[in-house]
Design a protein around this ligand. Structure first.
Ligand code: ISL
Ligand code: CA
Length: 551
C-alpha cells in the first residue's frame, strides 16, 4: 500500500547498546531477535538499525569497510536474514542505515585509491595537493581539526568531512554512484524495507569552494558551513531515487542537517522529493553552534516549538516528516527538554505526547520509551565517542578547564544517548553478562523495562498508549496541524483537525501550574495524570482532548 509508512511507528536501535547475547559487552543481532516481542508490544512496526556492516569502528560502524558483510561482533549474514524473517512474522519491517557519503579508509576502494596517483579508483575519493606544507584549504571536519588528511604514499591530501578514517566518496564520479546503487539494490533484494540515509546532505561538494586555497589568516571553515545541501545535490538525489530506491519501493528517511525549510520540497515533496521523510535538525541543535565549539547555548521553549512547527506547516500539503526527540547522536530528551529529576516520569510522558502526535511518522529511540536519562561522566576516560574525545582534547589544548568540558559533554555528548539499554535490575541492566563497551547508567536499578512492564503508570505504558491511540484515530495521523499559544514560554500546544474531529494537545513544559481555557464539550482522550482537572495544567502535565465540530 502506498504511503503505509505514514501510519507506522519506527523504533530505532543502536545495536551496540541494545542487547548482548554472548557476553562480549557488545549488543548483537541475536539480541535484537530476542527482543522483537518487546518492540512489537510497544506498537512499532518498523525498526531502523544503525550500521552493522563490517567496520574498524572508528565511528561505531559509520566507517564501513565492507558494505556486503555483517561485522562479526554483531553476528553473521544468516543472523541478518533471520532477523528480517522473524521481524516479518510480527509485521515488522527492517530499515538499515545507508552510509553513502564516505567509507572507512580500510574499505578496498580507498585502499586502492590511495595506492597511487594513477590507480583506477584514485578519483573515487577527493584528493588534492597541499600548499606549502598546508592542507588544500581551511575546512574543518564535523569532528574537529582539518578536514584534510595528508597521505604519504602519494603526497596528497584527502577530504574527510567526518573522521580521518572516513574519507568522503567523490559523488561526481559516475562509477562511484553506480557502485553505491548496486549495493543499495543488493540490500533491498535481501528483504529490507528501505534505508535511513546517513549524512546525505553532505554528498555534494561545491567544486569552486573546494578549490579555495589554504589561507593562514582565515580561521576555521567548518564543513557544516560549506558542504551541506549545496547546489546540484538534487541531481544526485534524483538519480539515486530513480536508479536504486524507487524500483524497489524502498522506504527512505534522510538525515538532513543543513536543509532550510525553504528547500523542503526537493527532499520530501510527495512526488518530486528525493525521500519519503527527513530528519530536520532545528530543534535538537538549538543549543549548539558550529563556530563556538564546546559552548552550550541555552534554548527557549518558543524557539523549540517554532523549529518544529515551521516544518509542520511547510510539509502540511504535500510532504511528510520524521518526528523525533532523540537518536544515537543526541543526549536523552528528558534530560534536555524536560526534567530528569523531580518530574522524570511525568515530563518524559509530556514530551512524548508533544512530539508523537504531530503530523509525521514518530521515531522512538531505544530507551526513550523508558525515560532513560543522561549520566554525568566524571572523567573523559569514561567516554568512547570519538567526537566527544576529540572535542575535549582540542579544547583542553586551547586552555579550557576539564570541569567545563565535562559539563558540556554531559549536555551534548553522543555517548549520553548511547549507554546500554536498561532491561532489568541484574548486573549491567541485563544488557550483558560481560563488561559493557560503554558504562551502564547506574539508575538502571530504578529505570528499566522489567519494572515498567509491571507498572501501568510507567513511561513505557504511556508510549504504548500513544502508539495505540494514534493507530485508532486517523485524525492523529492525517489531521491538519496548527500550533497554538506559539509565543508561550510555558505551554506547548497544537490542534489536529480531520473531517469533523478536532483534537487539542496541551503540554506544560514548566514546574508551575498554569491555567488553561476551559475545554467545554471536549472529551479527554489521554493524559499523563489520572486526576486531570479541566482548566489547569499542573507541572509537566500533558492532556489530549477531542471534540466534534459541526460543518
Ligand atoms: O550536521 C551536523 C550537525 O548539524 C552533524 O551532526 C552531522 O550531520 C551528523 O553528525 C551526521 O551524523 C551521521 O553521520 C555521522 C555519524 O557519526 C553519525 O552517528 C550519523 O548519525 C558520520 O557517518
Ligand atoms: Ca555480543
Amino acid at each position: 500500500r502506498p504511503g503505509w509508512w505514514k501510519e507506522s511507528v519506527v523504533y530505532q536501535i543502536y545495536p551496540r547498546s541494545f542487547q548482548d547475547t554472548n557476553g562480549d559487552g557488545i549488543g548483537d543481532l541475536r539480541g535484537i531477535i530476542q527482543r522483537l516481542d518487546y518492540i512489537h508490544a510497544l506498537g512499532a512496526d518498523v525498526i531502523w538499525i544503525c550500521p552493522v556492516y563490517d567496520s574498524p569502528n572508528d565511528d561505531n560502524g559509520y566507517d564501513i569497510r565492507d558494505y556486503y558483510r555483517i561485522h562479526e561482533e554483531f553476528g553473521t549474514m544468516d543472523d541478518m536474514r533471520e532477523l528480517i524473517d522473524r521481524a516479518a512474522a510480527y509485521g515488522i519491517r527492517i530499515i538499515m542505515d545507508l552510509v553513502a557519503n564516505h567509507t572507512s579508509d580500510e574499505h578496498a576502494w580507498f585502499v586502492e585509491s590511495r595506492s597511487s596517483l594513477h590507480n583506477d579508483k584514485r578519483d573515487w575519493y577527493i584528493w588534492r595537493p597541499g600548499e606549502n606544507g598546508q592542507p588544500p584549504n581551511n575546512w574543518t571536519s564535523f569532528f574537529g581539526g582539518s578536514a584534510w588528511q595528508y597521505d604519504e604514499t602519494t603526497g596528497e591530501y584527502y577530504l574527510h568531512c567526518f573522521s580521518r578514517k572516513q574519507p568522503d566518496l567523490n559523488w561526481e564520479n559516475r562509477d562511484v554512484r553506480h557502485a553505491l546503487y548496486e549495493m543499495m539494490k543488493w540490500w533491498l533484494d535481501l528483504g529490507i524495507a528501505g534505508f535511513r540515509v546517513d549524512a546525505i546532505t553532505v554528498i555534494k561538494k561545491d567544486q569552486s569552494l573546494l578549490s579555495a586555497s589554504y589561507d593562514a589568516n582565515q580561521g576555521a571553515v567548518p564543513v557544516a558551513s560549506v558542504c551541506l545541501n549545496r547546489p546540484g545535490i538534487t541531481d544526485f538525489l534524483q538519480e539515486m531515487k530513480r536508479e536504486a530506491l524507487l524500483p524497489h519501493n524502498a522506504l527512505t528517511v534522510a538525515e538532513a542537517p543543513g536543509v532550510p525549510v525553504a528547500d523542503m520540497e526537493h527532499y520530501v515533496d510527495e512526488e518530486h522529493g528525493a525521500f519519503n521523510m527527513i530528519f530536520q535538525f532545528d530543534h535538537v541543535d538549538l543549543d549548539w553552534s558550529m563556530y563556538e565549539r564546546a559552548t552550550y547555548k541555552p534554548w527557549k521553549l518558543s524557539r523549540f516549538k517554532q523549529a518544529l512547527s515551521s516544518w509542520q506547516h511547510a510539509t502540511a500539503e504535500r510532504s511528510w516528516m520524521a518526528l523525533y526527540m532523540e537518536n544515537h547522536d543526541h543526549v536523552r530528551s528528558v534530560s534536555k527538554f524536560a526534567n530528569d529529576r523531580t518530574y522524570r516520569e511525568r515530563s518524559a510522558k509530556m514530551l512524548a505526547a508533544y512530539y508523537f502526535l504531530m503530523r509525521g511518522t514518530p521515531f522512538i529511540y531505544q530507551g526513550q520509551e523508558l525515560g532513560m536519562t543522561n549520566h554525568y561522566f566524571t572523567s573523559i576516560t569514561d567516554y568512547r565517542d570519538l567526537d566527544s574525545i576529540n572535542l575535549y582534547n582540542e579544547q583542553i589544548e586551547l586552555g579550557r578547564s576539564q570541569q567545563e568540558l565535562l559539563d558540556y559533554l554531559y549536555k551534548r555528548s553522543r555517548d549520553q544517548g548511547r549507554m546500554p539499554m536498561q532491561w532489568d535490575t541484574t548486573a549491567h541492566a541485563g544488557f550483558t553478562s560481560g563488561q559493557p563497551w560503554l558504562q551502564t547508567n547506574p539508575n538502571y536499578t530504578e529505570i528499566n523495562v522489567a519494572a515498567q512492564l509491571e507498572d501501568e503508570q510507567s513511561v513505557l505504558h504511556f508510549y504504548r498508549q500513544l502508539a495505540s491511540l494514534r493507530k485508532q484515530h486517523p485524525a492523529l495521523i492525517y489531521g491538519d496541524y496548527t500550533a497554538i499559544h506559539t509565543d508561550s514560554e510555558q505551554i506547548g500546544a497544537y490542534t489536529r483537525i480531520y473531517k469533523q474531529e478536532f483534537w487539542t494537545v496541551w503540554c506544560n513544559f514548566t514546574e508551575s501550574t498554569i491555567s488553561l481555557p476551559e475545554m467545554i464539550g471536549c472529551e479527554r482522550m489521554l493524559g499523563n495524570m489520572d486526576d486531570h482537572e479541566s482548566g489547569t495544567l499542573r507541572p509537566f502535565e500533558a492532556v489530549i482532548y477531542r471534540t466534534f465540530q459541526a460543518n
